[in-house]
Design a protein around this ligand. Sequence first.
Ligand code: HEM
Length: 512
Amino acid sequence: MILLIIGLLIFSLFSYFAYLIFVKPYVRNKWYVKQYGKICKPIYYPILGNIKFVRESFKKYGDSLQWIRELLKNDNDVQFLIGYNNIHIVDAQLAKDITLNNLQNIRKDMGMQFGDLLFKQGIVFSEGEKWKKQRQILSHSFSFDVLKNRVSKINNIVKEMINKIQIEEGKPTKIVTECTKITAEVVLRSFFGERFSQQQHKGINLGIYLAQLLLSVFDQTRRLRMLIPSFFFPKFMSKIFADEKYYEVQKNCIEFRQLIEKEVNLRIENYDQNKTQKDFLDILVDEYKLNYSKNDGKVEEYITKESIIHQFIVFFFAGMDTTGNLTGIMLYWVSKRKDIYEKLVQEIKSVFGQNKDPEINDEQLKKLNYCHMFIQECLRYHCPAMLLFTRRAERDFYIGDNILVQKGMQVNISLHGVLRREKYFQNPDEFIPERFSEENKKNINHLAFIPFSSGPKNCIGQHMALIEAKIILVQFILNFDITNNENVPLKMDSNSLYCPVNDELLFLKRKQ
Ligand code: HEM
């Protein structure tokens, strides 16, 4: 009898999982296709989900996102793909409908280990009023008019970091790695100023240490051992499956946080209201102090010390890797396409003359029209962000022409599904900076050029990214001869970002 009950229990459990994994998504996908016809494409694959398409695409094309481009080729009707419990938006109008009109219906899924320690209170994962207030404090500092006063500082950091690049004769340079060291330093010093940023932690430069720490957090999140328990009761199950490696990363996160906390406390204790050259931490401390005195010694949730610590880590991870990948890829195109290289050199000469070590200012940056078009094409063609952060539907809601998004579904906006689509860009798989010229850009649907997303939660750092990208481009072209490494073809994978698998893509030779 007992055996029979145990057998029945196992059978029921098995049937339930089989229903969840195979039957429910199959039935739902059939329903979507029947309901919405050719605007919907099912991409369901049991157990492996999207991983199957991504892996096969990488094997076949050396590009893990090519599958989505192939799927949409010659098919302008498709607006969304439907997978295992997720809806994948590939239409510019629908993307706007979500990022602009449905913020109240969706919530970002953090889906990362140690999020409570590092990110949760920062702007990226905040919602509602808390997010609004955090965005308000920082928006002004990230406007172009304020950032233009930082151009000279950013230029100095870029020059300093470029001088440190070690080049061995005959050996290729890991270009994304080198660019990411520069962009890490720019975010670090923009947030904390010079004094704190020049410290070391465990004998390593702070920016490099944090970049490595974040990488270990992403690796930890992706480990199969941690991935499986993350589906059910993630907090509880992570602890059950945790091993030595997990606790080591956790310890490193705690230690690094303590270092930042000390600096935040120091800045609060030695508060100087009249400081003229403010970094981002000063701006947050101003708000902390204001809120503290307004609320008789208490602070609201949006500006606690904890949220300031998380804010820094969020800005660092949002600003370092993205811009590092963009600039690395830009230099790859410079090395690959002689015609583009020559146009860039010509324009840089016309703006800076024969000066090999210019003090770059914002007026000069504005004159770099071809550089701007080139950067925009890099953002379109190789946008470092593949998707927006996954959102989850908080309730049933409708988008576009009565398309149902069911409560609990994951909502993905595929930037590459839009940016590399024939429907929006002529010859989307060709690299053509001129498509963004004054004359041609009239033909571009502005809703479709969304490398920085759209709506109120778009990228707050986009002007800073473009300023950095232009300065890095100018400085590399002025300082180096750049040639392509024919032995390493560009292969793109999608990890936390869309990035080259092997970034030894070019040779640098310092100009005399
Ligand atoms: C090429 C460079 C960059 C790209 C392609 C990029 C892309 C994006 C995208 C697509 C989003 C929207 C994410 C979502 O809603 O799921 C975003 C948000 C954000 N980005 Fe960037 N970004 C770049 C550089 C930067 C830089 C330099 C910073 C700051 C130093 C930054 C800070 C942020 C922050 C704080 C958010 C969250 C904004 C909010 O939720 O209100 N990003 N970025």
